[in-house]
Design a protein around this ligand. Structure first.
Ligand SMILES: [Zn+2]
Length: 77
């Protein structure tokens, strides 16, 4: 299920949502998308400044969002 499909279902009225068999999957997609907006600290990785949860590496700390998966990044501390 794509993010767009999840949004389309989440904007249906509540009664229509209750009739859908895959509502749990819709919520999982929505939570995954929301988590990308919560800044996450990249992990140290070899010669790079950090590595994203998706595996992408960053050469400097000016990157606010991962260009690969969209994860918001927290470079504080
Ligand atoms: Zn990423």
């Amino acid at each position: 299920m794509t993010d767009l499909e999840a949004v389309e279902i989440l904007t249906l009225d509540e009664q229509m949502q209750k009739e859908l068999p895959n509502l749990k999957e819709v919520y999982e997609v929505a939570v995954r998308a929301l988590k990308k907006q919560i800044p996450t600290r990249p992990t140290p990785y070899e010669k790079y400044e950090g590595k994203c949860v998706c595996g992408a590496v960053f050469l400097d700390r000016s990157t606010k969002y991962c260009g690969n998966c969209g994860q918001a990044l927290d470079w504080s501390g």
